[in-house]
Design a protein around this ligand. Structure first.
Ligand code: 5CA
Length: 442
C-alpha cells in the first residue's frame, strides 16, 4: 500500500478526551473514530489489526474443535422471555420495537439464541460434544463507556457455546477453551493470567477471567507472580486428551489468582511475599460453565445412551477482539507510539523513501516494494513528499515492526537501513539482501 493513496488520518495533537494511552494512540494513529458515546468506526489501520486479531482467534477456536457460524445482532425479546433474562438484564440491554410493535433487542450476548438453534436440530448424545462460536457485534448500554474501544457500548465479541451430555463432558469442553485461550493470547504477545471470577448476569459457578496486567486496567487483581513465566501449551496439543488437558488446566489454576470479587485475603496471605502480585488488569476473555441454566427453561434436551432425555450441560466463552486492540497497545508502546507484536501488526514493513521524487530512491523503493510484496509481506510504502523526520515519526507512531529506510546517501553505496521498532536496533543491509532478510519463513 502506498501511503500517498491510503487513508491514514494521523492526528498531530493529543486528543483531550482520551484518558489512557491506548485510547490516545488509537485516535492519533488514525485507527478509530468516535461516532457517538461508546460507538466507534474502525478506520482502515484499525480494521487491519482487528482482522489479524480475529484470524488468530479463529485459528485457535478451530484447532480446539469449535465450529464457526454467524448469528444476527438483533434478537427477539420472546427468546429472552423463555430464559427469564428479558426483564432481569436491565438497562444495559438496548430494547427496540419493530414496525409491527414487536419487542426486539440488540444482542448483548447469545446464550438464548444458540440454545434455540441447538434445540431445533440436536436430538441425540451421539451429536455431542458440540461447540459453536461466532464473532459478532454486541451492544451493552454501559453506564460509563470509556477508554475508547476498551469499554465501548458497541463492541466485537467472539462468543462460543458448548453443549455436552453431562457435567464431566462439559468440564472437558471448558478445558478445551481454557487451553485455546492460553494459546490465543500468547500468540498476540500477551501474558494473560486465568483468574477465578464472578459470573454476573451470565450465571453458573465455574468461571475464569483471562486478565492481562496493565496499570490502566479496570479490575483489581491478585496473583502469584510465577504465572508470568509459565509455558504455553503447544500447537500440537491434543484436544481430545481428557486427562492431558485437565493436567494443563490444573497447573494453570494451582497457584493463587483472583479478581477482587473473588479475592480471598487469607489464601493470598499464604503466597510468599516476593511472589505476591496485587495489580490492575484488563479482562480480555471470560469463560463460564453454567450447567443447565438455559437448557432447562428452554427445553434443550438430548437422548442419552440410557434411553432417557437429558438437559444438556452448557458453557459460554467470550473474547473481546475490539478491546484486545486497546489491551495490546497498553501492554506494548513507548513514548513515540505503538509497538505492534508482529502477529497482529497492520503491516509488516514500513518502507520509508527519504527523498521521494529522486529517481534513484524511487527506483530502489519500487523494487523493494515489489520484492517484499511478492514474498508475502504487507508493506506500507511512505512515498509522500515529506521531511524524513515526519516519516520516522509516523512509522514510530503506527508501530509497524520493521522500518526500511531508503535514502540517497546509503543508496549511493548500495545500502539501506533496517530498524526494528520494538528494540530500536538498526542494521545496514545491501539492497540486494533485503528481500531475503525480511521474507525469511514468510
Ligand atoms: N456470554 C458470555 C461469554 S460468551 C459473555 O458475554 N461474557 S462477558 O460478558 O464476559 O464478555 C466477554 C468479553 O467481551 C469480555 O471478556 C471482554 O473482553 C469483552 N467485553 C465485554 N464488555 C465489553 C465492552 N463494553 N467493551 C469492549 N469489550 C467488552
Amino acid at each position: 500500500m502506498r501511503l500517498s493513496r491510503y487513508f491514514l488520518p494521523i492526528l498531530r495533537e493529543t486528543p483531550k478526551e482520551a484518558e489512557i494511552v491506548s485510547h490516545r494512540l488509537m485516535l492519533r494513529a488514525g485507527m478509530i473514530r468516535q461516532e457517538a458515546a461508546g460507538l466507534y468506526a474502525f478506520l482502515p489501520l484499525g480494521l487491519r489489526v482487528l482482522n489479524k486479531v480475529n484470524a488468530i482467534i479463529r485459528e485457535e477456536q478451530n484447532r480446539s474443535g469449535a465450529i464457526e457460524l454467524l448469528m444476527p445482532t438483533i434478537q427477539s425479546a420472546d427468546l429472552w422471555r423463555e430464559s427469564g433474562r428479558y426483564e432481569a438484564y436491565g438497562k444495559e440491554m438496548l430494547r427496540i420495537k419493530d414496525r409491527h410493535e414487536r419487542d426486539m433487542l440488540y444482542g448483548p450476548t447469545n446464550e438464548e439464541m444458540i440454545t434455540e438453534i441447538f434445540r431445533g436440530y440436536v436430538r441425540s448424545y451421539k451429536d455431542l460434544p458440540l461447540n459453536l462460536y461466532h464473532i459478532q457485534w454486541k451492544f451493552r448500554d454501559e453506564v460509563r463507556p470509556r477508554f475508547g474501544v476498551m469499554r465501548s457500548r458497541e463492541f466485537l465479541m467472539k462468543d462460543a457455546y458448548s453443549f455436552d451430555l453431562d457435567q464431566a463432558g462439559a468440564r472437558h469442553s471448558y478445558n478445551k477453551m481454557f487451553v485455546a485461550y492460553l494459546r490465543t493470547f500468547a500468540r498476540m504477545g500477551l501474558k494473560a493470567i486465568p483468574m477465578r471470577a464472578d459470573t454476573g448476569p451470565i450465571g453458573g459457578d465455574l468461571s475464569h477471567e483471562f486478565i492481562i496486567l496493565a496499570s490502566t486496567g479496570e479490575s483489581e487483581v491478585f496473583s502469584h507472580a510465577d504465572y508470568l513465566d509459565f509455558g504455553i501449551p503447544g500447537a500440537d496439543t491434543d484436544f481430545d486428551d481428557i486427562p492431558g488437558l485437565q493436567a494443563t488446566v490444573d497447573k494453570w489454576t494451582s497457584l493463587y489468582a483472583a479478581t477482587s470479587e473473588m479475592h480471598d485475603e487469607a489464601a493470598f496471605d499464604a503466597v510468599p511475599a516476593d511472589k505476591k502480585m496485587s495489580a490492575r488488569g484488563i479482562e480480555v476473555g471470560h469463560i463460564f460453565y453454567f450447567g443447565t441454566k438455559y437448557s432447562k427453561p428452554m427445553g434443550a434436551k438430548v437422548m442419552g445412551p440410557d434411553g432417557q432425555e437429558h438437559e444438556v450441560h452448557m458453557g459460554s466463552y467470550g473474547i473481546g477482539p475490539s478491546r484486545l486492540l486497546a489491551a495490546i497497545i497498553e501492554a506494548s508502546h513507548d513514548e513515540n507510539g505503538i509497538i505492534w507484536p508482529e502477529a497482529v501488526a497492520p503491516f509488516d514493513v514500513a518502507l520509508l523513501n527519504l527523498k521521494a521524487g529522486d529517481a534513484a530512491t524511487d527506483e530502489a523503493c519500487g523494487r523493494l516494494y515489489r520484492e517484499l510484496t511478492a514474498g508475502g509481506r504487507d508493506v506500507l510504502y511512505d512515498d509522500r513528499d515529506e521531511r524524513p523526520g515526519a516519516k520516522f515519526a509516523t512509522a514510530d507512531l503506527i508501530g509497524i515492526p520493521w522500518q526500511l529506510v531508503v535514502g540517497p546517501k546509503g543508496l549511493a553505496e548500495g545500502q539501506v537501513e533496517l530498524k526494528n521498532r520494538a528494540t530500536g536496533a538498526r542494521e545496514t543491509l545491501p539492497l540486494d539482501s533485503v528481500a531475503a532478510r525480511l521474507t525469511k519463513g514468510a
